[in-house]
Design a binder for this molecule. Structure first.
Ligand code: NAD
Length: 487
């Protein structure tokens, strides 16, 4: 069976100084639908020239009407952006699904509502933010004065394109910055529509700019090298983070990094197995496993290991893989041919390393086109296998038994990554004890993906630098000056 594109997608232009524009040299590249391998449309390919133009517009806009707006006026604009995202929910969900291959039902349930909430949350939060103030006896008072950082470069990945862009854009705008955005080359559409939404919501020209293109020797590198970009908010792979850090070093930019993960999901024998399985299905395979927080290394205490593997595999085999636009699809297509081949290469590595493929590991029967892979469970792998150590970022999990608490903590931490972890146990003391020893920026106990946007979000080790969420975002997107007044 070959799927057909049932809807018209959009051609994507840059958005600079309030206008949609082509590249100076008219260069474009094709945007491919990963579920059908058909061309969805063209994308303008930007480079240094377009980035220069966008950064100049952003720099000018820093001191224009944007600067004169009150906090309340800016908050109203953020709220309106959130409202407009919800008004255009169906169209945005469809474009997100076409671009990424994710089920449209998922985009409707999570990506788009959460993108709107990112704006609504920061619209409220920004109004309540204070600064430090200290009285030093009768000698002096000190207070901190907050101002924007300046021009912020936002460089994005492809897995949750709209959700993650809004997670950065909302607090950047809340604090009065101007931005130049570089969406991932594989998923340009919803970011482009968001530019129109920003304009409709009253964001002044030049405050929000977007340049499409690639990373090295292209728009991404041009942003990270640009002397007038003051800060970079980057989400993507650690190796890209290294490249950006090197080019940003010349102009000492402020950096916020959210990088990859190889997250442990630790299941103790005293946990509620029904809940564990329901949630582990999601934490393993939601969005085709292409979520940085997915728990791709599952560790199960030996007394329940066999039962878990059998019951989990049964449920995984029931997942419906196929047309992302069809109601009832659980797992869509991987984002691109390149990524599909990369994920499949790990299945070959697993076979070479002597893994048992409990289920999956191949293209679903009947789907001749599109980058589809059955949700895959691997067992029997040594801790040194690349499948256990490296981020696969697809619908592939490993399951490993353990006997001792210390042993599983050691295995969970045996990685360069430190983004998130999940612990399943009904023993409260153990939950705290283990959580305090796991090297992860975010640890869930008896749940997964439950977020409160006020809490710190980010990774340790090679999974990130800094935290976002609530006050952490406000601090990154603003500069504090301390003012001391002698009494
Ligand atoms: P990537 O690093 O390949 O690309 C991310 C962005 O960086 C793209 O827009 C790309 O064009 C750009 N880029 C690439 N090279 C560049 C360079 N030299 N200079 C400037 N820009 C450059 O990542 P990806 O494949 O798009 O995304 C997947 C990765 O993102 C995974 O590792 C995943 O775990 C991570 N991720 C992390 C989080 C988090 O919150 N921690 C969230 C989502 C995704």
């Amino acid at each position: 069976m070959q799927l057909e594109t049932k809807v018209k997608a959009i051609d994507c232009l840059h958005f600079i100084n309030g206008q949609f524009v082509e590249s100076q040299n008219k260069k474009t590249f094709e945007n491919i639908n990963p579920a059908t391998e058909e061309v969805l449309g063209t994308v303008s390919e930007g480079g240094k020239e377009e980035v220069d133009y966008a950064v100049a517009a952003a720099k000018r806009a820093l001191n224009g009407s944007w600067k004169k707006m009150t906090l309340v006026e800016r908050s109203k604009i953020l709220r309106r952006i959130g409202d407009l995202i919800l008004e255009r929910q169906e169209a945005l969900a469809l474009l997100e699904s076409l671009d990424t291959g994710k089920p449209v039902s998922l985009a409707n349930k999570i990506d788009v509502p959460r993108a709107a909430y990112n704006f609504h949350f920061f619209a409220d939060y920004m109004i309540s933010v204070g600064t430090d103030a200290y009285q030093q006896d009768d000698q002096a008072i000190h207070y901190a004065y907050r101002r924007p950082v300046g021009v912020v470069g936002i460089i994005k990945p492809w897995n949750l394109p709209l959700l993650l862009l809004t997670w950065k854009l909302a607090p950047a705008l809340a604090m009065g910055n101007t931005v130049v955005i570089k969406p991932a080359e594989w998923t340009p559409m919803t970011a482009t529509v968001l530019m129109e939404i920003c304009k409709d919501a009253g964001v002044p020209d030049g405050v929000v700019n977007l340049v499409h293109g690639f990373g090295p020797n292209s728009a991404g590198a041009a942003i990270s090298e640009h002397p007038d970009v003051d800060a970079i908010s980057f989400i993507g792979e650690p190796s890209t983070g290294t490249a950006i850090m090197k080019s940003a070093a010349n102009t000492l930019k402020k950096l916020s990094y959210e990088l990859g993960g190889k997250n442990p999901n630790i299941i103790f024998a005293d946990s509620d197995l029904d809940d564990v399985i329901d949630t582990t299905i999601k934490s393993s395979f939601i969005n085709q496993g292409e979520v940085c927080l997915c728990g791709s290394r599952i560790y199960v205490e030996r007394p329940i290991y066999e039962e878990f593997v059998q019951r989990f595999a049964e449920r995984v085999r029931e997942l419906k893989v196929g047309d992302p636009l069809e109601k009832g699809t659980d797992v869509g297509a991987l984002v691109s041919k390149e990524h599909y081949e990369r994920v499949n290469s790990y299945i070959d590595i697993a076979k070479n390393d002597g893994a048992t493929i409990v289920t999956g590991g191949k293209r679903p029967e009947g789907l001749t086109k599109g980058y589809f892979l059955e949700p895959t469970i691997l067992t029997g792998l040594d801790r040194n296998s690349r499948c256990v150590r490296e981020e696969i970022f697809g619908p592939v999990v490993t399951i490993t038994p353990f006997d001792m608490e210390e042993e599983v903590i050691m295995q969970a931490n045996d990685t360069h990554y430190g983004l998130s972890a999940t612990i399943w146990t009904n023993d409260l003391k153990r939950a705290h004890r283990v959580a305090h020893q796991i090297e992860a920026g975010i640890t869930w106990v008896n749940t997964w993906f439950l977020r409160d946007l006020r809490t710190p979000f980010g990774g340790m080790k090679h999974s990130g630098i800094g935290r976002t969420g609530g006050m952490h975002s406000i601090d990154f997107y603003s500069e504090l000056s301390n003012i001391t007044i002698k009494l």
